[in-house]
Design a protein around this ligand. Structure first.
Ligand code: ZN
Ligand code: ZN
Length: 383
């Protein structure tokens, strides 16, 4: 890694087995990342570890831009190790596999989501719930990787990545690779609580917030056969919600409309990351309903009234991404139901502008970086 210096690899360099003859040597990869909370995203060169026997080397084609990437690179949750290359919605083609890898081969289209390892032996890991690893999963970027000398992981705004096969997902051929990238975070984050609640045909699902996560929740719940209600603070989003497949849209600032939705919903997927009052949403739930909060506000939330939870035996729950097996199940489900993210593809030189637009809520619904633009940022005219 060359911190702070915009030195991309030589132009036209592609990371292929031919270009990197020694399997023992580490690789340099083109990347974009932050060097400080104020730096914005700048061109960087990252060093990827020499693939080990269980490793898969991936030439990255696309990487989704998640709101977490903005918080992380700007140091809004904590000050991360800089330089930091974000990106945990990675799709690409395998270029090499280690000697012990049997289930993947060069040329396969694969994905990597929010984690690249875990302890593999705690109760959570043994149950296939690696995201809840008791020792903490190894995040795709900004995390110390104990199996790699505690080197800090670097994410997918990059030309290549090397990941243990156990944390590599298969992208079904029927899915558009760019539109599939956001499934690896936004998709699984909404799929997992819907599956945990056992949503099936005829269940009523509420979705609060219509951003990257919310739009996936609508599509996936609908594909599961649910009757979907979107709650939004903006009447301007009614049409968009219906276009995504929502059966009902409720303006959450309209107390009469909220009252009319009383006891109409079985499970709510709340994707809003800003502090907001949940009590009006609990009132829309039926007996034994549940509200899953997926957004992590930086400030305190208004208190939840226990009376409502008690009188209707409601559950107030959280949920974090999904395990590897469940993520594969989600990808296969999305392929079978033709579900993918609505995306806008951007080049590397548009990343900073894209971040500003994400913060302003000006994207329908996910930006995806085309990594083929990483190496010649100055040549792009549409910045
Ligand atoms: Zn994410
Ligand atoms: Zn574990």
């Amino acid at each position: 890694m060359t911190p702070g210096r915009p030195v991309p690899p030589p132009l036209g360099r592609t990371i292929t087995p031919e270009a990197s003859p020694s399997f023992a040597g580490s690789l340099l990869a083109a990347a974009y990342g932050a060097t400080s909370p104020e730096s914005g995203l700048v061109p960087l060169t990252v060093s990827r570890r020499a693939p080990k026997e269980d490793d898969v080397e991936i030439a990255i084609e696309f990487c989704g831009l998640c709101h977490s990437d903005v918080h992380a690179t700007r140091g809004e949750w904590r000050i991360p190790p800089y330089p930091l290359v974000p990106g945990h919605e990675i799709v690409g083609r395998i270029t090499r596999v280690g000697s012990a890898v049997q289930d993947f081969a060069p040329g396969d289209r694969v994905g990597v989501g929010c984690m690249v390892d875990s302890c593999r032996e705690c109760d959570s890991c043994l149950e296939g719930l690696e995201q809840y690893c008791e020792r903490g999963n190894v995040g795709t970027y900004g995390a110390k990787d104990p199996r790699n000398g505690d080197a800090v992981t670097q994410g997918g705004y990059s030309s290549s990545v090397v990941v243990d096969r156990r944390f590599v997902l298969r992208i079904p051929e029927g899915l558009d690779p760019a539109a599939a990238a956001p499934l690896l975070c936004a998709g699984i984050t909404t799929y997992s609580p819907l599956r945990y609640f056992d949503v099936e045909e005829g269940d009523a699902v509420g979705v609060v917030g219509l951003g990257g996560l919310g739009h996936m929740a609508v599509k996936i719940a609908k594909a599961m056969g649910a009757d979907v209600t979107v709650f939004t603070t903006s009447a301007a989003k009614f049409e968009a919600a219906r276009e995504l497949g929502a059966h009902h849209v409720v303006l959450s600032t309209d107390s009469e409309a909220m009252e009319a939705a009383n006891r109409s919903i079985d499970v709510i997927i709340d994707t809003v990351a800003a502090p907001h009052d949940l009590n009006p949403y609990f009132k829309t739930l039926r007996l034994d309903g549940a509200l899953f909060q997926l957004g992590l506000p930086a400030e305190e939330m208004p208190p939840v009234s226990p009376g409502l939870l008690i009188r209707r035996r409601l559950a107030y729950a959280g949920s974090l991404i999904g395990g590897i097996a469940e993520t594969q199940e989600m990808l296969d489900f999305c392929a079978a139901h033709s579900v993918a993210s609505d995306i806008e593809i951007v080049g590397a030189d548009q990343l900073n502008q894209a971040y500003d637009r994400m913060v302003a809520g000006d994207v329908k619904y996910r930006f995806v970086l085309d990594t083929s633009t990483l190496q010649e940022p100055s040549e792009r005219a549409d910045a």
